[in-house]
Design a protein around this ligand. Structure first.
Ligand code: 1HN
Length: 346
């Protein structure tokens, strides 16, 4: 492709005249906004080992009372985007949140969608629109856009979870805001609205706003599904299950997609190059995430991120035990916009 003229190639007087009228020449920036063949992501491959961040998160528990934090979170910020922008990727926000025994994180609702992947601790729960969603390690709890949510803790040990939000996108769209709420009365548990496996209500009229009946995915169910799949579909390209909205059969949230993957003992899985950035979080076991310039050795509760079109190979170096990885990616958004693509990883 032809190299294009730069800003400096233009006379200063001409540039000043443009600027005064809020005008900008396209050609000096054209190759930046439209790079040939592949996007040039700011997102860098990055690993956040849990054992390095956990002590600092516990320290935050001593330093900042929950009343002064509302949500006590250390944000997993990708330096490629600038730490202050609090982005793991262009679309995804990640944070590790700490709730101490007896604490309560007050009710609110906001436009960004959130999920929690529970990392450690017992006997905490999130209340989502009046439904009690108990938190156990590996569980996935949804708080879709506009739903009231608050966190409570009746246990004796700290509870930590990984928050995944589409905040960077929603903020960029100037659509991000929060509304404070009042303490919710618990009207039931997440299981009450979950119906049964493969069973959903039949509406007489098509729902105008498809709602999300399933707000909590228990890890024991997802793990069992993966184990069954490994036994019954041993030739599947990957042993992986997606968290869906059972009423629509599509991704459980509109923007970010969530799945869990099992690497069998000694398994190596090479993914196609994908147009979406990906987040990996180890629920159980050990995995090596191999990508350009980095081999991330990940153990339980570690989190990493890779940019779009990065080559990714996942390796379970353990010969005895499976590894289970939680994955978040931007493919639901990209598919809706017609922007999603894959290429072979040669
Ligand atoms: C939020 O509401 C929670 O409810 C966690 O636990 C993290 C990050 C940014 C904006 C809102 C929560 C958040 C958040």
């Amino acid at each position: 492709m032809e190299e294009l003229a730069t800003l400096e190639d233009l006379p200063q007087e001409y540039r000043d005249n443009l600027e005064k009228l809020n005008l900008v020449p396209l050609w000096p920036s054209l190759r930046d906004v439209l790079p040939p063949e592949t996007p040039q992501p700011k997102t860098k491959p990055i690993l956040w080992p849990y054992d390095t961040l956990r002590p600092l998160l516990m320290q935050a528990g001593d330093l900042t009372p929950i009343e002064k934090a509302e949500r006590r979170v250390l944000v997993l910020a990708n330096p490629g985007h600038g730490l202050e922008n609090m982005r793991a990727s262009s679309v995804m926000y990640l944070g590790m949140q700490l709730l101490l025994p007896g604490e309560w994180a007050p009710s609110h609702r906001h436009t960004p969608n959130a999920v929690r992947m529970i990392v450690e601790g017992n006997n905490a729960y999130t209340t989502v629109n009046g439904q009690k969603c108990p938190m156990e390690r590996g569980d996935l709890i949804l708080t879709p856009t506009g739903m009231w949510h608050e966190h409570s803790h009746e246990g004796t040990e700290p509870v930590v979870w990984l928050d995944v939000l589409d905040l960077p996108l929603v903020y960029f769209m100037e659509a991000s805001y929060v509304q404070p709420g009042v303490h919710q009365n618990i009207q039931g548990t997440s299981a009450d609205t979950a119906y049964g496996p493969g069973i959903v209500p039949t509406p007489v009229f098509t729902r105008q706003n498809p709602h999300n009946p399933l707000l909590r995915f228990a890890w024991k169910d997802a793990r069992k599904a993966l184990e069954n799949m490994a036994v019954n579909q041993p030739d599947a390209e990957s042993i992986q299950v997606t968290y869906i909205n059972p009423e629509t059969g599509t991704d459980c949230q509109n923007i970010i997609g969530f799945s869990s993957l099992m690497l069998r003992p000694n398994e190596t899985l090479t993914l196609p190059l994908r147009s979406s950035a990906m987040v990996f979080h180890v629920i159980e076991g050990q995995a090596q995430v191999q990508t350009t310039g980095n081999n991330f050795d990940m153990t339980q509760s570690d989190t990493s991120c890779v940019p779009c079109f990065a080559p990714v190979t996942l390796v379970n170096k353990n010969g005895d035990k499976p590894t289970f990885i939680f994955i978040a990616d931007e493919s639901p958004l990209q598919k809706k916009l017609g922007l999603y693509s894959e290429r072979p990883n040669k």
